[in-house]
Design a protein around this ligand. Structure first.
Ligand code: F6R
Length: 608
């Protein structure tokens, strides 16, 4: 996710902007820039690709003096990392920095082009600068009025700050579904996407809410909505340490990212669900299914588990056969793959060496390729014919959580897209899947709230020699993922099994010392999992069930139940994985481990 810092006061703006952006460096970025209302009444902009040090060097050569300014570190989402795509974006006398995604950017760009406007970047952000400039040219009398008019046309998620050459003593900031915080100092005011950027200067802050527009001048600030109605927002004194602030008040990045999943999934779906048409757009890319006879998914680790769920989604919606392969195996086994195959490479980082090599191998044999990744312009999307970004925001915890559920959402989008093109998914069934998908973020939010911290459960099982996880159908990959997550951060041995396989061997492991996590939501295969659960109970196994709210049969038969809401089988993994992530986190914590940096693991595996 990108970082924003803005300042209005009496001090030189540039050191404050750069200092604040440095505090957000941990979030990752690929370019940076600032715009300052320079003292002679003009706007000065400096921006470039790469590290903040490059921007600082630029500012040494060409300084900007002024005490009103905006700054940004960009993590590319629309348009590759480059000088031209770096923020701030300037149109006429208006400059803007933006975090988030403008959903209706295609339509807005076409309309603006129709009025003779030209674009100098590939970003959706530049559209906002055009809209504000247009509103000013059409007679808006203030930057605030022009910003309101512009933002009424924008759909999507944004945290935006605007500055204008013709209104040098003002800033306008707006928030919708992207975080933004206001910092109140003595005769100075700050805006930032995240609190760490402000803490050095003030702890008196206002967390802005959806639809807030803030007008900042040297005299202070006012908050209104898009229609101009006044909004009161209480300020609070933040007692977070700098480290706590980086984690948004959570003790670890992993926990923060677990709780960010409803937003991550919303951002993956954003702008891609065509509700009236009962269809999905893959950002305008069309996958021709006429000559397509099979899909092959290649990935590693958690992304591989997402691929295993994707197989169910795609086979069910598009009735095309799907194979899922570990990338490290696929690349070395002379794979049978060719022009009638679509090879889907899933990689959070977009840099995993085995997945990249598998994709190149498939390409060299004539297959079409599609990358699902969270990092724009990383190696795997660059090498693929089609790309589908998950837009989950940067993931810092080494154990992947929000990128996994965002990958599941992306795979469901792909399944609906393909199903509508093969004709196997009727408009009615597509509509039903889309409506159910739209309910998922709220269900995730409720589930996370209700589950609590699972501390008691973790204390009970933190010293066991091993865990077993079992599930069926779409929840078999979740059993694998639950076991992987636990292994990674608790260092307890864990295995995931297809529940039906238990009696073919693993059942020999069961006694009263090994907890068995049974993923048993209502739906497809439920009765079968129940009988597998009875087999475990009959051998004194300790059962922790993941079950659908209100399922009395389950609660009477096991030691502990982790409840999830009802959902269609294809979408259940987006919910059933949540208690398993929280359980791993709680057990790791109870054992005193380093949750965010588990031993022997790296976030991006760029070697074989
Ligand atoms: C598990 C985890 C790893 C990655 C794997 C693939 O929590 O993070 O198993 O999923 O290394 O990484 P990406 O998705 O970046 O290709």
């Amino acid at each position: 996710m990108c970082g924003i810092v803005a300042y209005i006061g009496r001090r030189p703006a540039v050191p404050i902007l750069i200092g604040g952006l440095k505090r957000l460096e941990y979030r990752g970025y690929d370019s940076a820039g600032v715009a300052v209302a320079v003292t002679d009444g003009l706007l000065g902009v400096r921006r470039c690709r790469g590290r903040l040090a490059n921007l600082e060097a630029l500012l040494v050569k060409a300084p900007l003096a002024g005490n009103v300014g905006i700054g940004h570190t960009r993590w590319a989402t629309h348009g590759r990392p480059s000088d031209e795509n770096a923020h701030p974006h300037r149109v006429g006398g208006v400059c803007v920095v933006h975090n988030g995604i403008i959903e209706n950017h295609i339509g807005l760009r076409a309309r603006l082009r129709g009025t003779g406007r030209e674009f100098t970047s590939e970003t959706d952000t530049e559209i906002v600068a055009h809209l504000v400039d247009e509103a000013l040219k059409q007679g808006a009398t203030s930057l605030l009025e022009a910003s309101r008019k512009a933002l009424r046309q924008v759909e999507g998620a944004y945290a935006i700050v605007l500055i204008s050459q013709d209104h040098p003593g003002e800033l306008v900031a707006a928030k919708n579904a992207s975080p933004m915080v206001l910092g109140i100092g003595e005769g100075e005011t700050f805006i930032a996407s995240d609190a760490p950027a402000l803490l050095e200067h003030t702890r008196n802050v206002v967390f802005l809410d959806e639809g807030d527009i803030v007008h900042l001048t040297h005299a202070g600030y006012t908050i209104t909505d898009l229609e101009g109605a006044k909004r009161e927002r209480p300020s609070r004194i933040l007692d977070w340490s700098a480290e706590q602030a980086e984690k948004g008040g959570f003790p670890h990045f992993m926990l923060k990212e677990i709780f960010e999943q409803p937003t991550a999934v919303t951002n993956t779906l954003r702008g891609r669900l065509l509700v009236p048409e009962s269809d999905v757009t893959l950002d305008g890319q069309e996958i021709d299914t006429r000559s397509l006879s099979r899909l092959v998914i290649v990935a590693c680790g958690t992304s591989y588990h997402a691929g295993l769920v994707g197989k169910f989604m795609i086979e069910s919606a598009a009735r095309l056969p799907v194979e899922v392969d570990l990338a490290s195996e696929f690349r070395y086994r002379d794979p049978v793959v060719g022009p009638h195959d679509l090879v889907v490479a899933i990689s959070q980082s977009g840099e995993t060496a085995d997945t990249l090599a598998a994709l190149k191998e498939a390409k060299s044999r004539g297959a079409r390729t599609l990358a699902i990744s969270n990092v724009l312009d990383s190696a795997i999307p660059r090498a693929a014919d089609f790309t589908l970004y998950t837009h989950a925001g940067i993931e810092i915890g080494v154990a992947s959580t929000k990128c996994f559920t965002a990958q599941l959402a992306a795979l469901m989008l792909l399944a609906i897209h393909l199903g509508r093109r093969t004709g196997t998914l009727s408009p009615g069934n597509a509509q039903e899947l889309i409506s159910q998908l739209l309910l998922i973020p709220q269900k995730m939010e409720n589930t996370l709230k209700e589950l609590g911290d699972l501390k008691e459960l973790a204390e009970r099982y933190k010293d066991v020699p091993g865990f077993l996880f079992m599930g069926r159908g779409t929840n078999y990959p979740i059993a694998l993922e639950g076991a992987l997550k636990l292994k990674e951060i608790s260092y307890i041995h864990a295995e995931g099994y297809a529940a039906g396989e238990m009696k073919h061997g693993p059942i020999a492991l069961i006694d009263d010392g090994i907890p068995v996590v049974v993923i048993a939501p209502k739906g497809h295969g439920y009765e079968k999992v129940l009988s597998n659960m009875s087999e475990v109970r009959a051998r004194e196994g300790q059962v922790i069930a993941v079950a659908t709210h209100g399922d009395k049969i389950i609660s009477e038969q096991c030691q502990s139940v982790l409840w999830v809401p009802d959902a269609p089988s294809l979408l259940q993994p987006l919910l059933t994985v949540l208690p398993l992530q929280l359980l791993s986190y709680a057990v790791s914590l109870a054992r005193g481990n380093d949750v965010d940096q588990p031993r022997n693991l790296a976030k991006s595996v760029t070697v074989e």
